[in-house]
Design a protein around this ligand. Structure first.
Ligand code: MF3
Ligand code: CO
Length: 266
């Protein structure tokens, strides 16, 4: 069941998503060689709570045999695609790290992700990040009333495959609102003109997961981390958007990240 949001509800969603953007901006100040995802996780948890919200990933139900999610953020390094646990791994110069963050405030959820460079990253990997981020905005441009979910996925897939990258199939974007995951599913691949019709007031998280090598992934034994099968790098960017007539309304923001990164932003 797809829930359409009123303008008032969308403003509450914007507030939760703005806090996600602020949290990612705070983390951007700390990401450098020598620090650990666990340290970033602590900063994020405190930052979110000090702004009157809850980190919505913490305790997320993993299903039978899988531990509930133990962190406030997902931190996915290099070949990790998404859902990386905030471990004590020490970040190295040349690594990339996707930070995915979610909040719940006033009953509504925010969800956004950004892949950061750690120190100096190769041009080849930076090109992967750039393409993934651009594909997110290409997909967002399709999130308007009257289009279909498949128009978003097809646009992202075409954009990335043209540049020699591959699209992960096992994980998809999603509707979002009072719950972090609502209908519909929003794949980063698909056919134009297929899938659910987009209507104004629908809120969706669009989140391309794009691999340098093959599209295949494996699920790690830790119950959460998803990594590329060939261990080549993967990038992930995510925005929460509201579908409108004519132009999508981006509710999350990278402005706080970009203010910190300055001309180092990819
Ligand atoms: N933010 C992720 C998504 O985009 C979900 C994180 S999984 C969790 O769907 F367990 F950490 F919550
Ligand atoms: Co999401």
């Amino acid at each position: 069941m797809i829930f359409l949001k009123t303008d008032e509800e969308i403003e509450l969603m914007r507030e939760s998503n703005r806090l996600v953007g602020m949290t990612l901006g705070e983390l951007a100040k700390h990401i450098k060689p020598g620090i650990t995802p666990a340290y970033l996780n602590d900063i994020a948890g405190e930052f979110i709570r000090s702004h009157g919200a809850i980190p919505s990933f913490l305790g997320y139900k993993g299903g039978p045999g899988v531990i509930d999610y133990p962190g406030s953020i997902c931190a996915s390094v290099n070949e990790a695609v998404v859902h990386g646990l905030p471990t004590d791994y020490v970040l190295q110069d040349g690594d990339i790290i996707s930070i995915d963050c979610g909040t719940e405030k006033n009953g509504f959820c925010g969800d956004s992700a950004y892949t950061f460079c750690v120190g100096e990253v190769s041009e080849e990997v930076k090109a992967l990040l750039r393409t993934t981020k651009e594909s997110l905005y290409e997909g967002i441009a399709m999130a308007v009333e009257g289009n279909r979910v498949g128009d978003i996925g097809n646009t992202i897939q075409t954009y990335c495959e043209k540049r020699g990258y591959s699209v992960v199939r096992e994980l998809v974007g999603h509707g979002i609102g009072r719950k972090m995951h609502e209908d519909p599913q929003v794949p980063n691949y698909g056919r134009r003109g297929t899938g659910p019709l987009l209507k104004k007031g629908m809120c969706i998280a669009i989140e391309p997961m794009i691999n340098m090598g093959s599209k295949n992934v494996v699920f790690e034994r830790d119950g959460w981390t998803v990594r590329t099968k060939d261990r080549k790098p993967s990038a992930h960017f995510e925005h929460t958007v509201a579908v409108r007539e004519g132009k999508a309304d981006i509710l999350s923001t990278f402005e706080f990240i970009e203010a910190v990164l300055g001309d180092k932003a990819i």
